[in-house]
Design a protein around this ligand. Structure first.
Ligand SMILES: [Zn+2]
Length: 215
């Protein structure tokens, strides 16, 4: 397991890296993104701390915009999780309000007087700042939705099963309120500990990334 994760990390670290601010147009329309976080290392290189993709076709750019640019935690579980950890680390009671999903009209109406919107905005700002200053990413272009979802899940499982991919003591995720995040060292709760990448899958990942490797 560690062996394939080792190769995956070497490959991921060799791909074209994006940091904020990045040119959305430079990203493919479809693919899987791998996030790295400052000061997190594994296999002698930067550690992959989250793997993600998108459901709808041509939505990769919009997905990354939801994480890095749009300040709305209810449209990005990644933002929500970063906020949870920041608030928990600060022992901030606003965590309870942060948990409320304000997407629906009903919820907006119901909680209109109960949410401190200035504070909410401040935390969204803090989340943006943290994400923009600490995360970078690479993209594996994958056109087919079926293949995107299948590879995403195998990539997540490969890392979650790996005994060499461990968070540092200072990792923000150690303050997560979600046990799966603390235990896996990944900013995600879904698709952990399933089937990992086979050698064949790994070859496919190289093939999909080949264009970037030749640059
Ligand atoms: Zn690993």
């Amino acid at each position: 397991m560690s062996d394939i994760c080792h190769k995956l990390h070497k490959l991921a670290n060799a791909l074209s890296r994006f940091t904020f601010p990045f040119d959305l147009k430079a990203l493919p329309m479809n693919g899987i993104y791998l996030l790295f976080e400052k000061n997190e290392t594994a296999h002698g290189v930067d550690r992959i701390v989250r793997v993600g993709t998108h459901n709808g076709d041509d939505q990769l750019r919009s997905r990354l915009k939801q994480h890095f640019i749009n300040e709305n935690k209810d449209r990005s579980i990644f933002r929500k999780n970063i906020g949870r950890a920041i608030l928990n680390k600060d022992k901030d009671d606003f965590l309870k309000q942060w948990e409320i999903d304000l997407t629906s009209r009903d919820a907006k109406k119901k909680y209109a007087d109960k949410i401190d919107s200035v504070k909410q905005h401040n935390i969204e700002r803090k989340v943006s700042e943290y994400i923009r200053n600490n995360f970078s990413f690479v993209v594996i272009p994958v056109t087919s939705k079926k293949e995107r979802l299948s590879l995403e899940s195998k990539l997540i499982s490969t890392i979650s099963h790996c005994d060499q991919c461990k968070p540092s003591d200072e990792w923000l995720g150690n303050y997560s309120t979600k046990p799966k995040i603390r235990q896996s060292g990944l900013w995600q709760e879904q698709k952990l500990y399933g089937s990992h990448l086979s050698e064949e899958d790994y070859e496919r990942v190289i093939e999909l990334s080949r264009k970037q490797l030749c640059l």
